[in-house]
Every structure is written in C-alpha cells, then in structure tokens.
Design a protein around this ligand. Structure first.
Ligand code: GCB
Length: 598
C-alpha cells in the first residue's frame, strides 16, 4: 500500500496537463511571435504558487492581479517588474540569477483576433524545466522537460483584443528527473526557445513523415495525419522539382499514405540537396525542405547511400558562442556549425539533449549529419516508472520534431550510464521504442570503457545488441593514464559493428603553453588529440569520432580558479572564440580522412 502511494506521488509531478500532440513543422504555419520582452518576478520560495499552508494557491501570481484601491493588498506586480528578452536563459540575462535554481514567473500582454473556423495554439520551443502555462488567469497546460517543444490548444481561452499569458518556470533539479541532479553543464533556466501563437484550420495536417522507403532509392513514402479522425479528406503533395503532384483521401483515422515512384538526387555532406515539398489541405499549405538518403551499417562499416563513410564529428553543447547563454537562434547556430565546417566536419554530436530546431535545419543545409540525444545522463533513476515515462516522452518528442530531417542519422538514447539490470531494462525499452518509431536511422548511446589494463582497454555492454553503432567515451590520458599509455594501448570491442568514439579530450586554458607535458596547456591537449587519433585509427571498425568538445562551456562542476572558473575547458575553441592548437590537429586528421574516403 505504502509502495503504491509512493509510486503515485512520484508519478504525479511528471504527468502532463492535457498535453496536445505536437504540430509538425511549426515554422511553416501561420503564426504570430510572442518573442520579445516579458515581465518577470523571481520567486525563490514559490510564494506565487503555494499559499502559506503550502497548498496550490487558486489565486496565484498567474491571476496577474492589480490593486483596485489604496487599501487593496496585492504583494506582487508584473507591471512594475523588470523585463527580460525571450527566448533566453535568466542566468546570463540577470547577473543576480547566474546560480539561481528555482521559480521565475513571466508575463506578456498581447493583442489577438481569433479567426472563425480556426484553432489557436501557443507553442514553446523549450522551457527548462517545469513549465506551467496560464492564459488570462486560467491554467491551460504544463510541461516537464527542458529541451523539447510543446503546444497547447488555447482556442477556447484566447479572446479578441487584449490577453495576457503567464508562465511559471521552475528549473530545480530532481533526483528522478531527466536529466537527474548531477550533470556537467549549466542548468540554464527560462523560456529558452521561441514562443508563438499558431493559427490552424479547425481540421488540419498535424503530422507527416516523408522519406525514401527503407532500402530503396526510387520510392518516396509519405504518411500524413490530421488532428481529427475524419475520413474522405483530400490531401495533396507536391514536389515541383521532381514533377510530383499527387493526392489521396484520408481513412477513418484521418490518415493517408503516399507511395511515389521517384528518383531524387540524394542528400549527402558533399551534396546537401533539399527539395521543396508542399502539403495542401483545407486552405493550408505546409512547405518543407526535405532531403532523401539512406543510412545503414554493414558489419563494421557505416554506409551513407550505400557508400562507406567516416564520421568526422565534433560534440557541441547548446551554448551561444561569445555570450555563453543558451543558444537558440539561427545566428548562434550558424557560428557553431561554421566552426565545425571549418574543422572539416561532416557530423556533429548535439550533446546531451535535443538542440533547437534551427540547429538541425542549418546543419542539414550545410551538409552536416547529426547525432541527436536525450538527457538520459549518468545516474538516472532506472527503477522509477515516472522517470522512464519522462525519458520516453522526451525521446518521442525529439523524434517527432525532427523525423523529416535527413541530416539526423543517429538517435542517441543515453550517455555514460552505470551498468545494472535495471539500467539495461530501461535502455532496452527506450531503444526498442526508438526503433519501432523510426527505422530509418541508426540507434546508439555513449557507452563507457569497461576494462583497462596496462595495454588493453575493453568496451563491453549488454546494450550492444540494441545499438547499430558501438559508441563510447574514452578519457585515456586525462581521467587516468598518461599520453604515453595512449601510444601502447590496444582495444577490444568484441562486436561485429562499427565503433564510434563519442568523446575524448583534455582540458586546456587557451593561451597557456608548455612543452606538452603539463596539463591545462594547449600543447598537452594537442598531443593528446594526436596520439588518441593515431591509436583509434589502428583499430578495425573505427568509423568516426566526435571529440569533446567544440567550445569551452559553462559548468557548475568546474571550480578550479584561474583555469576553469566555472568553464569546462575541453573546448578546442575558447569561450571567447579563439582556436586552440588541438583544433588544428583535428582539422589535419579530418583532411586526411576526407581524402581517404573520396
Ligand atoms: C563526459 C561527459 C561529458 C563531460 C565530459 C567531461 O564523459 O559525457 O558530459 O562534460 O565527460 O568533460 O568530463
């Protein structure tokens, strides 16, 4: 009995409030932005949410109450509160909030004219971590998870003329959360991605998937789903450049499939060809840019469009270049991806959570393949059903948002997780879920090195059966061992699958120099890169790497003053955008690999 109560208690904070299914390709819809200035109130004791008995207060700050007379006691006032530009993280927008973890209330006024026969949604690209959303003083939805989008149907609540929206954002860490309390990145709080009001017809195309049929180069498959189960609706698909113009009728589930003979030019890093695809229904035209490719493995090789490739990657955190808050805009993303391009990358590992949609779309345009990951990181609560549900929802949302992005070649379900039966069960369920949902990509996870002796390192993991690529993080020469050890190390990876080194690296303070024997110097980092790349290049099945990491990033775990100062210094570019020596070592290696694979 007690157990059941605890279980329910654990589940309650993780369930979503009337969560609406995600609308595919939000940027192609008719929308009005709610980005810009929002008033905010910092509420460390959640005074706007609970009353003094710690019950949820029905007259919380979301009422946006204003004193009506000289004696009316109202102990908050959005109108006189400071403004913050949204999207953003509060940590880098307000110096007082750099270390803050707790609740902040945001409010924005807006005017609106609802259109007859249309539905209105409010869409959030991401809010970290727990969002409660109120419109005109009433709760309309809530969401858990800091890196995936959500939309809420507000048709019944939005008014002609003036409206106000209030969001209570809480970024406290929870042991049972995803991620859990311990992680090596900054816990940026806030409305960190775009907010928009979206108009769609009463019945509309909510979701679609368009790609090459698995294993074929001459057939495009399309699946389209309406928001309502209505039969006999005519849906048109057009791909002008391929002279495709087709239409079909929905079944009783509001669902249509297309199977079209076509031989599109294939997408690849050398030729990132995208086609305009237009779906039309009920007065709405949804425009997307879609590329076509096949990704698969054969024995120890990764094949893109049937040809063996080497993934010339780099890991990236979603942190803005130079200003070091959360990155969210195309401009931020272009700088990060531009550096990756300059390095010679054809691949990026977007660590350790889904990055913003612009990032993936830009990578696709630039011809960069993407590894996209959910924050199942380190010591997740494997036995907690609520934690599993949360992880699966994040996986589901990540796949739903980006399933039409051909650049995404790998879904990653976890990073460096400690082995146990409960962990294996949790991850097996996730891997099977991802596979069932999307069989057009590879599945992987960043594993750990499991055995080390003087001359031999091993990677053994029960999850080997469920992944397509054996990926692992190796810090030989940094967290244990020396650069000399790297020179003599052999590897045992006993699986007939390609392997990918999802991380290796060393900390270096840009501008700190030595003869190469001192840690924190650029030379030490560069030597470690040289030797590590040489070491792995000798091992059969080495199919790519995404060293840790493109740019120095904020981390609360990095406290060494005058060296780290709350930055993880493993970037090959410094926090102020200066390339370290290791950048050029990796660049040279990638030039060689590019030539080898021409
Ligand atoms: C890792 C983690 C990454 C850390 C990195 C480090 O293995 O996956 O999130 O930031 O090591 O620098 O220690």
């Amino acid at each position: 009995m007690k157990k059941a109560i605890i279980l329910i208690a654990l589940l309650i904070p993780l369930t979503n409030f009337a969560q609406d299914k995600l609308i595919q390709n939000i940027y192609a819809r008719n929308y009005q932005t709610l980005n810009g200035s929002w008033q905010y109130i910092v509420d460390p004791f959640d005074n706007g949410y609970y009353d003094y008995r710690l019950n949820e207060n029905p007259n919380g700050f979301f009422k946006n109450k204003k004193a009506q007379s000289k004696t009316d006691l109202v102990e908050y006032n959005f109108d006189t509160s400071p403004l913050m530009v949204i999207p953003s993280d509060w940590n880098t927008r307000d110096a007082k909030l750099f270390f803050y973890e707790g609740s902040v209330w945001f409010k924005k006024d807006f005017t609106y004219s609802p259109k007859k026969g249309f539905k209105t949604y409010v869409y959030f690209g991401a809010v970290n971590y727990d969002a409660k959303v109120y419109l005109n003083g009433e709760k309309v939805g809530e969401h858990i998870g800091g890196f995936t989008p959500f939309n809420i149907d507000i048709t019944e609540k939005v008014k002609e003329g003036n409206n106000f929206i209030v969001v209570r954002v809480n970024n406290e860490r929870h042991p049972e959360g995803v991620p859990t309390i311990n992680a090596d990145w900054w816990n940026y709080g806030g409305i960190t991605r775009e907010v928009m009001l979206v108009d769609v017809p009463e019945v509309f195309i909510r979701d679609y998937t368009i790609r090459l049929e698995k294993g074929k180069y001459n057939k495009i498959k399309g699946k389209v789903l309406l928001n309502k189960a209505v039969a006999g609706q005519n849906i048109a698909i057009n791909i002008p450049e391929l002279k495709i113009s087709d239409a079909a009728s929905t079944d009783e589930n509001g669902f249509v499939t297309f199977s079209i003979n076509a031989k599109p030019e294939l997408w690849s890093p050398e030729n990132p060809k995208l086609y305009d695809v237009i779906l039309s229904y009920n007065g709405e035209e949804i425009n997307d840019q879609i590329g076509f490719r096949q990704i698969e493995t054969r024995g120890k090789e990764i094949l893109l469009n049937g040809e063996k490739i080497f993934l010339r990657g780099i890991s990236i955190h979603e942190e803005a270049p130079f200003r070091h808050g959360r990155a969210w805009s195309t401009d931020d993303d272009k700088v990060l991806l531009g550096w990756a391009k300059e390095l010679g990358c054809n691949f990026v590992r977007l660590a350790h959570y889904p990055h913003n949609e612009h990032m993936v779309r830009e990578a696709e345009k630039m011809g960069i393949m993407v590894w996209s990951e959910i924050p199942v990181y380190w010591t997740i609560h494997w036995e907690n059903p609520g934690t599993y549900a949360n992880a699966q929802t994040q996986l589901d949302d990540m796949i739903n948002r980006d399933k039409n992005r051909c650049a995404i070649t790998v879904w990653s379900i976890a990073n460096e997780t400690p082995h146990s039966d409960a962990r294996d069960q949790f991850l097996t369920r996730l891997a099977e879920y991802a596979r069932k949902k999307d069989d057009s990509r590879l599945i992987s996870m960043a594993m750990e090195v499991t055995g080390q002796s003087k001359n031999l390192s091993k990677v053994e993991d029960n999850m080997n059966k469920y992944v397509d690529i054996i990926s692992f993080n190796s810090y030989l020469g940094w967290y244990g061992g020396s650069i000399e050890d790297i020179k003599t190390r052999n590897w045992e990876i006993p699986y007939d699958k390609p392997f990918f080194v999802s991380e290796f690296g060393a900390g270096a303070l840009q501008g700190k120099h030595s003869d190469g024997t001192e840690i924190w110097s650029e030379e030490y980092q560069a030597r470690l890169y040289e030797e590590t790349l040489k070491m792995f290049d000798k091992v059969e099945g080495f199919s790519g790497t995404s060293p840790w990491i493109l740019v120095d990033f904020h981390s609360p775990r990095r406290l060494l003053n005058n060296i780290q100062d709350y930055y993880n210094r493993k970037g090959i570019i410094s926090d102020n955008g200066i390339k370290k020596e290791a950048f050029y070592v990796l660049q040279k290696f990638y030039q060689q690999k590019e030539n080898e694979f021409k």
